[in-house]
Structure formats: C-alpha cells, structure tokens
Design a protein around this ligand. Structure first.
Ligand SMILES: Nc1nc2c(ncn2[C@@H]2O[C@@H]3COP(=O)(O)O[C@H]4[C@@H](O)[C@H](n5cnc6c(=O)[nH]c(N)nc65)O[C@@H]4COP(=O)(O)O[C@H]3[C@H]2O)c(=O)[nH]1
Ligand SMILES: Nc1nc2c(ncn2[C@@H]2O[C@@H]3COP(=O)(O)O[C@H]4[C@@H](O)[C@H](n5cnc6c(=O)[nH]c(N)nc65)O[C@@H]4COP(=O)(O)O[C@H]3[C@H]2O)c(=O)[nH]1
Lengths: 151, 251
C-alpha cells in the first residue's frame, strides 16, 4: 500500500501542476479573446478599460455542489516553472496594446492548443489518481487497511 | 536571462508608470482565476464568482505595487497569498454568514465545549442533541449549514499564531511543508501532535471519516464508500470535527 500511495501522491503533484498551468492558460485565452472581440466590435485600442473588465473575463460560471476533497491551499511546488512555460507561450500578452488582431489570434490558437494538451494530461492524471484511490477504498472496505495507521 | 516580463518589472519599479502597472496586472491576472475558483469551492451559490474575482484583482494590484523583485522571492507565491487574502477579507466584510447560522454555530460550540469538559472526550451527536434540546436530525442540518460557511475558515482554522497569510494552515501541518522559521516548525510539530490526539478522540465513524479526509485526501464520495454513510453525513462530520478542534484549541 505504501507503493500505491507513493504513486498516487506523485500523480497528485503532477495533477496539481497541470491544473495550475491549465487555469493560467485559460485565463490568458479568455483575456486575449475578449480583446479580439472588443476590437472586432470597433473598440478602440487602450489598456485602461481591460483591467476593469478582468473580473468578468476571469470568473467561472456559477458553481454547483460543495467541496469534494481537501485542497492544497498554496500553489504547486513548481508553480514558477509553469509560469515561465506559459510566458514563453504568450510573451506578447504584456504588450497586448501594440499587438495586431492577427497577432492576438495567433497567440490564442497557440495557447488553446497547449490548453487542450494540458487538460488531457490533467484528465489522465485524475483517472490514475481516482483509480489508485478506488483500490485503497477496496482495501479499507475489506479491512486490509486501517485508517488509524495514518495517524 | 532577462525576459520581457523582467524588463517590464524593472521599468515599472523605476518609473512607477500606470501603464506598466496595468500591463503587469493583465499579465498575472490568470493567477486570480486559479485562486478565486478554488476559494469558490464549497461556498454557497449566492456568492458571486465575479465578486470574488474583483476582490482578487485588488489583491493582485496590491501585490504588484508592494513586490520587490530584487528580494529574490517568487512573485507568484507572494501574489497568490495576497489574492486569496483579499478575497477572504472581502467575504468576511460582506458579512455573508446568515445571523441564524452564526447563532446556531455558537450554540453548537457551547454544547461541544461543555460536553467535552464533562465527558473528557468528544460527545456523540445524540449527546449533543439532548444537551441542545433538538433532534439529531436538526443538529445535523445545522452542521450542513455550518459546513458551507465554514469552508473559508476551515483551511486557516488552525493557523498557528496570528501570522495572517503566512500562518500555517491545517493542510500545511499535514503535508509536512518546510516551515519558514524554527518557531513555526515547533508550532507545526505541536499542531501535528494536537491534531493526532484530537482526531483519535473522535467517535469511531467520525475518526475514520476525518482521518481519510485530511490524511488520505479521499473525496467525500470515496470516504462514504468506506464509512457507509452519505456524502452529506461526511461533510456534517467534517464541520463538527472542525468545531470540536477549534473549541479544544480555545480552552
Ligand atoms: N483526483 C481528481 N482530482 C480532481 C478531479 N476533478 C478536479 N480535481 C482536482 O480537484 C480540484 C478541485 O476541483 P473542484 O472541487 O471541482 O473545483 C474546481 C471547479 O469548481 C472549477 N473548475 C476547474 N476547471 C473546471 C472546468 O473545466 N469546468 C467547470 N465547470 N469547473 C471547473 O475550479 C475549481 C478548481 O479547479 P482546479 O484548480 O483545477 O483544482 C481541482 C483539481 O485539481 C477528479 O475528477 N479527480
Ligand atoms: N466540477 C468540475 N468539473 C470539471 C473540472 N475539470 C473538468 N470538469 C468538467 O469536465 C469537462 C471537460 O473538461 P476539460 O477536458 O478540461 O475541457 C474543458 C477545458 O479544456 C476548457 N475550459 C474549462 N474552463 C475554461 C475557461 O474558464 N476558459 C477557457 N478558455 N477554457 C476552459 O473547456 C473545456 C470544457 O469545459 P466545461 O464545459 O466546463 O466541461 C468540463 C467540466 O464539465 C473540475 O475541476 N471540476
């Protein structure tokens, strides 16, 4: 079971890094997407307004259901690594003002491809974690494992 | 190798220009999405995600203006803590917890503390219901209500000392994170021992559920398969144990 837990915990670390990178990519995609939309609707170039619109761009849909599992409260250990990873992807974001619609579109497509990949990796990691936990649950149910051994 | 973002930081810190500041905020804004979505988990649906996000953006603005690149710390972790802190501060200021839930929580805590004293152990729901003169069913529905408003403080419930956003959370002490300073390390160790004792003292099913939640990280669904009660019961047990630990700490 120690083995199982090690594998599960390694997967969890990976999953949390994927989840982090995924949300960063999604945020960038949605920000750039909103800029493109604004310009296509004749919006003028300018940063000031964008900051004010960030909350509506970044907010998720209203959510149902409560907390399902304990969450690590801080960033994944390798958070910095993914920051640079997404920076390399979209170094143009910091100069959104001076980017043409074509450049913005190209960035969005590049980011979206990455987002799909990371989401897939994340899904796969989640399947593995949930599979390993299902095995743990079986052992607890059978009595092969005792929860108090965790304390 | 200095990337474009490092150059942006340098320009902002030397010129303090609004334009640079806005560019940095837009650049790091996705951090807010990550943090806000995670804080939103378990909050009642009447809490607007957009409000959480705008509190988060304010927190990010503060982080950008206060951050000192030369100090060598990672901006992301600094910013994430301020973003989360800003969201939670605004939630508290909203006074979003219904008065009825507040007073019921107080009654539960009073009864818990009294019966712990009396029995020298954690009381069962039956014992508490009797003491509070309600049905067990009613008591458990109170737990459910408490669990939705407790989420925000659950994570920081056992924050060691009053170190604010740098305080060790319950989760920190469980995952063995390296403490920033020796004093924190000692407190974390004591907190660990306290938790083990406190959890060991819970009634059987609660002990199992809480152990699996905090030490195995199982989901409510997975725990309910082991313990054989509904997911709703599990989160009720969680609310009760958090209040139990808190009242033990306050004694
Ligand atoms: N083992 C395992 N772990 C899982 C699974 N699903 C999610 N997780 C992990 O658990 C965290 C919390 O998930 P949540 O409670 O649904 O809370 C989520 C959810 O409310 C929301 N969210 C994230 N992505 C989506 C999405 O694509 N659609 C929707 N509707 N909500 C999302 O943001 C919150 C935080 O998401 P993250 O930071 O990615 O953090 C997620 C992720 O790391 C799973 O099936 N198995
Ligand atoms: N409760 C919960 N449910 C989860 C979580 N992760 C995934 N899901 C569920 O699984 C579906 C597929 O997720 P995906 O493969 O990551 O595929 C996702 C993801 O790649 C992407 N996506 C999700 N959220 C955002 C976002 O805020 N912005 C952008 N640009 N893309 C997003 O769109 C796809 C579809 O998203 P949805 O329609 O929401 O549909 C999501 C959602 O219903 C989670 O952590 N918690």
């Amino acid at each position: 079971t120690g083995d199982l837990r090690t594998r599960r915990d390694e997967c969890r670390e990976l999953e949390s890094e994927f989840s982090y990178a995924r949300r960063l990519l999604q945020g960038k995609i949605d920000i750039l997407g909103s800029e493109l939309k604004r310009r296509s609707e004749g919006g003028d170039v300018g940063m000031g307004d964008l900051v004010g619109r960030l909350p509506s761009i970044l907010a998720d849909e209203p959510r149902t259901g409560g907390a399902t599992r304990l969450l690590e409260s801080d960033l994944p250990a390798n958070a910095g690594k993914y920051r640079r990873y997404t920076e390399r992807l979209a170094t143009g974001l910091a100069h959104i003002e001076t980017s043409t619609p074509e450049e913005l579109t190209a960035m969005v497509e590049e980011l979206a491809t990455e987002e799909r990949k990371v989401s897939e990796d994340r899904r796969r990691a989640q399947k593995i974690i949930d599979g390993l936990n299902a095995e743990l649950v079986r052992r607890y149910q059978k009595g092969d494992e005792d929860p108090s051994s965790l304390l | 190798v200095l990337g474009p973002v490092d150059e942006l930081w340098a320009e902002y810190k030397s010129t303090g220009s609004q334009k640079c500041r806005d560019e940095l905020i837009v650049h790091y804004a996705p951090l807010v999405k990550y943090v806000a979505a995670r804080v939103a988990i378990g909050l009642p649906s009447n809490v607007d995600q957009e409000d959480l996000a705008s509190s988060g953006i304010i927190g990010l603005m503060e982080a950008v203006s206060k951050f000192e690149p030369e100090r060598g710390f990672k901006f992301e972790s600094y910013a994430a803590a301020r973003i989360r802190g800003a969201i939670i501060d605004d939630l508290r200021a909203l006074d979003w917890v219904p008065r009825s839930v507040r007073s019921q929580a107080r009654q539960v805590e009073a009864s818990l503390s009294k019966l712990q004293e009396k029995f020298g152990r954690s009381p069962t729901d039956e014992e508490m219901a009797e003491d509070m003169e309600v049905t067990v069913r009613k008591l458990r529905s109170i737990y459910s209500k408490i669990s939705t408003v407790m989420f925000v403080s659950l994570d920081r419930l056992l924050s060691v000392g009053d170190k604010g956003e740098s305080g060790m959370s319950l989760v920190d002490t469980l995952v063995d994170t390296k403490a920033e300073d020796p004093e924190q390390a000692v407190e974390a160790k004591e907190m660990k021992q306290f938790l083990v004792k406190a959890i060991a003292g819970l009634p059987d099913r609660e002990r199992t559920a809480i152990t699996l939640y905090y030490y195995e990280g199982l989901s409510l669904a997975e725990i309910s398969q082991v313990v054989g009660v509904s997911q709703a019961r599990i989160s009720q047990m969680n609310a009760k144990s958090v209040m139990t630990f808190r009242s033990m700490l306050n004694r």
